[in-house]
Ligand binder design. Sequence first.
Ligand SMILES: C[S@@+](CC[C@H](N)C(=O)[O-])C[C@H]1O[C@@H](n2cnc3c(N)ncnc32)[C@H](O)[C@@H]1O
Length: 371
Amino acid sequence: MLETTPIAALIDDQAGPACVLDRDARVDGNVSAFELDVIAALVKSHRPGVLFEIGTFDGRTTLNMAANAPEGATVYTLDLPAESVDATAFALELNEHIFVRKPRSGARFADAPTPYTIVQLLGDSATFDFSPFFGRVDFMFIDGSHAYEYVRSDTLAALEMVRPGGIIIWHDYVRAGFTPFPGVPRALKEFHLTDSRFRHLTQIEHTSIMYLKLPRGNASPDFRSALLGDSTRADHLRGQLSVHPLQEPAEAVAVLPIRVVATNTGAATWLASDAPAGPVRVGARILSPEGVMLDNDYWRSELPFRRAIFPGESVAFETTIPRPGTAACILDFDLVAEGVRWFSVEPAAQIPLPGCAPSRAAMETEARQDS
Ligand SMILES: C[S@@+](CC[C@H](N)C(=O)[O-])C[C@H]1O[C@@H](n2cnc3c(N)ncnc32)[C@H](O)[C@@H]1O
């Protein structure tokens, strides 16, 4: 169960009072007046130098983050351009189109000069290139699309961007009962259950704001079991796999580049490939052209799943597999939860390899061994 924490426990009482602009000028789409007080107090107390907001809207929160950050700070704020509302990577919630379709993004700070450094960015957060911000952000506010897939992908981006010891907050978390944005609690509860970096995720009392201070030390995740079950157990593991060669397999190549798409069609979460127990990887066996097993454990992909893959999710990646010998054979791909079981995919994912002439070097080696 996620805890609630009073704002007083999250700020330094020596920080001095925050200044709150446009407090009583809330419009539909903004945070509440008290939530604005809370965000202003967090920024004032933590003194972030680089702040990032996903979901500018009219810029009321952007302005207040900038007004409470220390001198020299920069606030970056990303918004979806109104004309992109029907062309997003994931579907938006229908009730949030209205917040995208506005004449001006960030009107509260963009229409009049301010003494702050605010940088407006435009794009879809699911496809925006956040890499220049990786490891640089001290304070991140996630309030873009509230659809489940967006909350997940914005959160994963935040984990790359926010430095150890930095803070991430999310808006519109409702713990129980009706909410127009069920994707927010669904995504955050899943992170809390499955990823130890979210162990101290907490709801700020009397608000719909979730708060997480990232650990200062090694921030790499240690994965925990989800309540739904995960790949540390043999039950409910099912998947679909498609594997395509990216190069003509007839050629006598040492390694074959392949593209893999794996979909979790079962009810259990696949733990990431570097999880200490039950990590899921893609494996390959070798069959003869007649289907007889020649090698039942030929190959494993390296770390294709860098995070847990939830039921219904797909992941695509490219990798290479060494070509087994020169005789004709079939590469037969399956999923494997390490130390738990292989779980076969239907239909089978196979690449037939025709026989090919051995290379000159191989023939020379063979001749040396024979003599
Ligand atoms: C509820 S409003 C944000 C309110 C604002 N943070 C505030 O405190 O006043 C949601 C904002 O997210 C933006 N948005 C929705 N989907 C987005 C996406 N995929 N990428 C970036 N911004 C998005 C909308 O254009 C809208 O401005």
